[in-house]
Design a protein around this ligand. Sequence first.
Ligand code: HEC
Ligand code: HEC
Length: 290
Amino acid sequence: MNKWSEKARRTSFGRAGAGLAVMVLLAAMPANAQETAVYFQQNCASCHTIGGGRLTGPDLKDVTGRRDREWLKSYILNPQAKMDAGDPYALQLLDEARGVVMPIPPGITPERADYLLDLIEAESALEESQFKGVQISNEPFTAADVARGLAIFKGSRKLKNGGPACYSCHSVSGLGGLGGGNLDPERGDLTLVYERLQGRTVLSSWLMAPATPTMNSVFKAAAMESDEIHALVALFEDRAQAGKPAKSQAQLTFALLGAGGAALALMFFDFVWKGRFLAVRRPLVESEKL
Ligand code: HEC
Ligand code: HEC
């Protein structure tokens, strides 16, 4: 059993059933179809369902009826290129995804893209696809969840599977000081990520298997546990409700430091200026006497 489905069995997100269904289906599939289903789970399912509604990306049910196959294939091979070429359909998708561009799938080849489209087509025809998505717990978030999320974010509470603290690369409002790392100018500040990644279900699914390059390489071998994701999403919901990205707070801190700094500088120059009469000029005067 691969790591993903092993993990899926342990989560409380109700992936257990999905994992089992995958196993049962796999037994009945030819080799490349099996491999493709596993590949889809690991590299597509965090952003796409088939028949379960949109996550970060659109629901892929019947996508082969929306666009012709060549288009879809070249899109999967390099999503950004379609955006750069100004393709109107791609730009509309981008708009609906609130500006999130699909990353190039790891290890994608034209052949694999073909298999994926076959898989999506076959799954779309089913009453209920194995990729209809995960069931995210809808227990209300508590203040304790938010506090736990913040502790995980800051690294005072270690991630169970050894992932690094978010703080080393990200900021969020309310961290104090200058607010954490800011590795990526656009994605570094996570204060509003709950809105950007469209709320609880989408953000939780996203964090289950982050598929963007840095996040993927960091968390691939150190997937977060469902209770950790629950706490982090609670934190992000709380911060998004409070508004204001940490960046503007940090900028404000800098501005205040700047204003304070300017006042200090004035006092310093004032001191030095006064000092000139006493300490600089006198020695000069004294030296003139020599
Ligand atoms: C990090 C999230 C993410 C991952 C992972 C991802 N996608 Fe996407 N996908 C998107 C988004 C967002 C869009 C909408 C276009 C855009 O904004 O780039 C999209 C669009 C698509 C479309 C066009 C949908 C339509 O309605 O026409 C297809 C097909 C697709 N993705 C297939 C895949 C496949 C196959 C994989 C796995 C190999 C995958 N995607 C992985 C986010 C993702
Ligand atoms: C080693 C640096 C690093 C660490 C540690 C890290 N991230 Fe990230 N994260 C990134 C980068 C860089 C991006 C931008 C996308 C990419 O390249 O993966 C990102 C993107 C994200 C996004 C998507 C933001 C968006 O607006 O699309 C989320 C959500 C996220 N990280 C959450 C987390 C959480 C939660 C943690 C801690 C458990 C964490 N990250 C730890 C580097 C990191």
